[in-house]
Design a protein around this ligand. Structure first.
Ligand code: SAM
Length: 240
């Protein structure tokens, strides 16, 4: 059936252990540090030679947790509130005929750890263990178009400014930052993206009780309460 077959050249190791709360595009959560480990026959210094001269990379990857046989020609982008449809090719939805994603990330470091080459990246929007099909350098003169039209996604999503931490969560994070530096910043940046479903934040829900949410970051469960004007992180505990 398919005349093309590609093996991943590596896999991402990222703090995002589930799809919920991953930013919707790269560059929105700069504190997210990930790395790519190359597959065995690509695990060689020459394949990466020259890459460190570039500040940004394109990652081509498989939406491996969106592999559905029944993709739909129209989707509802979250940026349109989840109630307007556009053609899937006018969207960045993971659910597409070929579930292939494309993200620009910063190149932070290239290093070898215990014989394994690692490409360290910043600001990713990829789930942990995402298979990477290719890495390409970002070339500013060809890839950057500051005057481009972005229709419904012209601007970055509106962020939530009022993010507070309970005394318990602050204490837990202070302790956890010995293992996960910048955890406080990471949680703040992720939650400022308002990951809760758009329909939870409509006026219809404005007068209902505050909702409790949870997300997995690293091996941690981060819980928060969304209120009308902001949110409070209530606790950060090891995952079950
Ligand atoms: N920047 C990429 C693009 O435009 O092709 C991805 C955009 S897509 C809207 C980003 C979302 O894909 C994330 O918020 C997350 O929910 C989801 N995602 C990330 N990695 C995934 C994976 N490996 N499988 C399925 N969904 C994934």
């Amino acid at each position: 059936m398919c005349p093309y077959h590609f093996e991943p050249i590596g896999w991402v190791h990222s703090p995002y252990k589930e799809k919920f709360a991953i930013p919707r595009q790269p560059g929105l959560v700069t504190a997210a540090q990930s790395h790519i480990r190359l597959r065995s026959d690509c695990n060689r210094e020459e394949i990466l030679r020259g890459l460190s001269g570039f500040s940004h990379l394109w990652l081509v990857f498989v939406f491996h947790e969106a592999l559905r046989a029944d993709w739909k020609p129209m989707v509802r982008p979250p940026r349109l509130g989840g109630n307007q449809k556009v053609g899937v090719f006018a969207s960045r939805s993971p659910f597409r005929p070929n579930p292939i994603g494309l993200s620009v990330v910063t190149l932070e470091d290239i290093k070898q750890v215990n014989g394994q080459w690692q490409v360290h990246i910043g600001g990713g929007d990829l789930l942990d263990q995402t298979p990477i099909l290719d890495i390409k350098p970002y070339i500013p003169y060809a890839d950057s178009h500051p005057d481009a039209r972005g229709d419904y996604a012209q601007e970055a999503p509106v962020t939530l400014d009022k993010i507070e931490f309970s005394a318990l969560a602050s204490e837990q994070i202070t302790h956890l930052e010995q293992k996960y530096p910048r955890l406080h910043t990471l949680i703040t940046q992720v939650l400022s993206q308002q990951p809760e479903p758009a329909y939870h934040n409509t006026n219809a829900c404005a007068h209902t009780a505050a909702r409790v949410y949870g997300m997995a970051l690293y091996d941690l469960n981060v819980r928060w309460v969304r209120q009308q004007e902001g949110l409070v992180v209530t606790e950060v505990t090891p995952l079950g």
